[in-house]
Design a protein around this ligand. Structure first.
Ligand code: BES
Ligand code: ZN
Length: 752
């Protein structure tokens, strides 16, 4: 198996065509490059001392109202950010007030400026009052400059469409006072929009009387910062084609607020429409269905008339009809081409990679059909894939209608496409049925891993399900070992109160402990025959909604009330106890057993110090005909056996040589091997490990490899050098996380 992988892809990776070299131009860390507003008045929380401004509208329509005076922000005392989260929403990661007023639709106009690394934007937010007479709308923001806020009359706007409606609305727009609360280090700054009282001193409110159930529309003109944590701007040299810049966003978990003003809580589900202007010849894609342009309709950006790009542009238009949480907003801009690989699937990427992507992801339609058979109707219309440049920090991201994937999946043999099955599974668990807050993240990820494995099992048989489940258990044990069995972040339901950053808590725990729990529940109530209908019922009952772990418990208990065994679940231990789960699952290991047996032979040989030839009788034939997944299973199981102590470097060297590890183009195989070889102080692995850190930016690989290198004697300096050189090319989130892991400062990104 090893060394036989697709030669074209292997060649590409060996010749570093992915061009993940040092950037020729990159992000400015400071705010200074934010374009100066055309008129005074824009406000960004970090640039302005609190209370030191009077917002002045700069929207064309609002300007006619500008004689109006605004109350000073100091007229009303503003509680500190954490105090103010109490009772506003049950989401400790949002400063918005969704329990009082909730955004249900956003209509965006976005102008993407790749030179200045900013997005100029206007959003019309449609909201519904959850209580009588709400006094203010609180929106999450981080690193955004807000230029103006305006109240739009009822019924205004045509969901991004009709010019006439926009004009009519703009004519009657009324500027609203706004201010920021004190910035919170992790959560950002709540943008406070005071809602006019009906019939107050300024006459009747354009919003009309606000009672529970009333709807209102608010317009916000904003600009992102070049240091937005949601956006990575890539210089041409960081792309495959090398000639055009590129941009992509990553909003999960709490980065949407650095892209657009929004209620950045999973509970604030909204539909959206967008028009996006980009320089020619680039293409924009979003987590939505592209809309056909009709001449004269919806193609303009009427609220961004102050932004006039000095180059030719293209405008793209999108609609997302299904309400989505803001963390699923996504945008990518670049030189993009697409190839259809199924009736509702197109693989997009830079032109030079699209054929490889289309080959790798050819099974997507089958995954989708299997997902529908298990979980019900696919409601999103399209399922396209965007193959990103190598700095994409995740394996995949389930942006609706347009999953984002890392090019590290391009093994050539479709062996890593379980990631696509996973992202497809999110179409039901996560995107349709959503965790109420990031404390209940396992409801997204644990369920999605469960569904991913059910999809793979349906397509390839029960032993495949068992194989992946067993692999997951190895991963879970390794993660608990790494974090420590009493680490509170090994709880299935962690406590994120007090503004804990969900990125800091991210681990395999919600994935694998979540899966482990669901498998346990399945077996408890009678296996798949009983659990599969439950899964479908759970999805159908919670679609378009969010839920907490406790709501899941209640649903499960009610559904299985006639199954006595269901009463034996120790919910509190499962949810709140740290460490390994309270029960031990057993899986069908028929496919994994060979790999585990081989791992045991190498483990024994290493422990016994038998020598440099590997286990008695070992030969390349041990792994001939193996899938790359079996190879990974072997290496990871060996890692589990050797967890207490590193291996001997002569044994890792022998293993690499015997099984052709360095010839493999499979990123997972290399990664699993490096996790053994680096702690073993196997110097021959260091150049290849460092190359992996330089030519891709997926955190799953970066973080463990950097940590291992930095802990090792022979790799410490290499880790620091490599991070200093490659760090500026990483995605902002990856850069931050690696710096935190290593206790190093973030490498400075050169100014544009
Ligand atoms: N939604 C996640 C990625 C994510 C999680 C982004 C948290 C930001 C914050 C995605 O579905 C995912 O889990 N991707 C995995 C795939 C794997 C589990 C098959 C990945 O990136 O490796
Ligand atoms: Zn996921």
């Amino acid at each position: 198996m090893l060394g036989r992988l697709s030669s074209a892809l292997a060649r590409r990776s060996r010749t570093s065509q992915l061009r993940f070299g040092p950037p020729t131009a990159s992000l400015s860390p400071s705010f200074s490059s934010v374009p100066q507003p055309l008129t005074p008045g824009p406000v960004s929380p970090s640039a302005r001392p609190r209370g030191a401004f009077r917002p002045r509208p700069r929207l064309a329509a609002a300007a006619s109202q500008s004689s109006r005076t605004y109350p000073s922000p100091l007229h009303r005392p503003i509680p500190g950010p954490m105090a103010s989260t109490a009772n506003k929403s049950n989401d400790p990661s949002s400063l918005s007030n969704i329990s009082e007023i909730r955004v249900t639709h956003s209509d965006f106009e976005l102008d993407v400026n790749l030179d200045k690394k900013v997005i100029e934007g206007y959003v019309k937010l449609d909201a519904v009052c959850e209580v009588d007479a709400p006094t203010r709308l609180l929106l999450d923001t981080r690193d955004l400059t807000i230029h103006a806020v305006e109240a739009l009359p009822r019924g205004s706007g045509g969901q991004g469409g009709q010019q006439a409606a926009v004009d009519a609305a703009a004519a009657k727009a009324v500027p609203l006072p706004f201010r920021f609360e004190e910035p919170h280090k992790v959560l950002g700054s709540a943008l406070v929009v005071d809602l006019p009282a009906p019939g107050g001193s300024s006459g009747s409110s354009p919003l009309g009387p606000l009672t529970r159930g009333s709807v209102l529309s608010i317009g916000v003109r904003f600009t992102t910062s070049p240091s937005s944590s949601a956006v990575q701007f890539l210089a041409p040299a960081q792309t495959h084609g090398g000639t055009h810049p590129y941009l992509f966003t990553q909003c999960q978990a709490i980065h949407a607020r650095s892209l657009v003003p929004c209620q950045d809580s999973p509970g604030a589900k909204m539909s959206y429409t967008a028009v996006v202007r980009v320089p020619q010849p680039l293409t924009a894609l979003m987590s939505a269905v592209p809309r056909e342009q009709h001449p004269g309709e919806g193609a303009g950006l009427p609220h961004l008339s102050d932004v006039q790009p000095p180059y030719p542009t293209n405008v793209f238009s999108f609609v997302q009809k299904v309400p989505i949480p803001p963390y699923l907003l996504a945008l990518a801009v670049g030189e993009l081409a697409g190839v259809d690989v199924g009736p509702r699937t197109r693989v997009w990427s830079e032109p030079g990679m699209v054929a490889a992507g289309a080959h790798e992801f050819a099974d997507t339609a089958k995954f989708l059909e299997a997902g529908e058979a298990i979980a019900g109707e696919y409601v999103w219309g399209r399922y396209d894939l965007l193959l990103l440049p190598p700095s994409f920090p995740y394996g995949g991201m389930e942006n609706p209608c347009l999953t984002f994937v890392t090019p590290t999946l391009l093994a050539g043999d479709r062996s890593l496409t379980n990631v696509v099955a996973h992202e497809i599974a999110h179409s039901w668990t996560g995107n349709l049925v959503t965790n109420a807050s990031w404390e209940h993240f396992w409801l997204n990820e644990g369920f999605t891993v469960f569904l991913e494995r059910k999809i793979l099992g349906r397509l390839h048989g029960a032993p495949t399900f068992g194989f992946h489940a067993a692999q997951g258990a190895v991963k879970l044990a390794a993660e608990v070992e790494r974090l420590g069995a009493d680490n509170p972040y090994t709880r299935l339901v962690p406590d994120l109160s007090g503004g804990v950053d969900p990125d800091d808590v991210f681990s395999s725990i919600p994935y694998e402990k979540g899966f482990y729990f669901l498998y346990y529940l399945q077996e408890l109530v009678g296996g798949p025959a009983a659990f599969d209908p439950f899964l479908a019922a759970y999805i159908s009952a919670h679609r378009h909604a969010t839920l907490t772990s406790d709501q899941f418990r209640k649903f499960f208990e009610a559904y299985f009330k006639d199954v006595p065994a269901s009463r034996s679940v120790d919910w509190d231990t499962w949810f709140f106890a740290p460490g390994m789960p309270p029960v031990t699952n057993s899986y069908d290991t028929s496919l994994a057993q060979q790999a585990y047996d081989l791992a045991m032979r190498w483990h024994t040989c290493d422990v016994m110090g038998i020598g440099s030839d590997g286990p008695p009788g070992a030969s390349p034939a041990d792994v001939s005909g193996w899938s790359s997944e079996q190879m990974v299973a072997f290496l990871d199981k060996l890692g589990q056996f050797r967890a207490p102590q590193p291996m001997h470097s002569r044994v890792t060297k022998k293993l690499a040589e015997m099984y052709g590890i360095y010839e493999s183009n499979n990123a997972e195989i290399r990664f699993s091997f490096f996790k053994l070889a680096i702690p073993a102080e196997d110097d021959s692995a260091l150049p290849a490990a460092a190359a992996m850190l330089r030519n891709q930016g997926r955190m799953k690989f970066l973080r463990p490899l950097y940590r291992a290198l930095h802990r090792s004697r022979g790799g410490r300096a290499l880790a620091e050098e490599t991070f200093a050189a490659a760090g500026p090319s990483y995605h902002p989130i990856a850069r931050k996380m690696v710096a935190a892991d290593l206790g190093l400062p973030e490498p400075v990104v050169a100014a544009v």
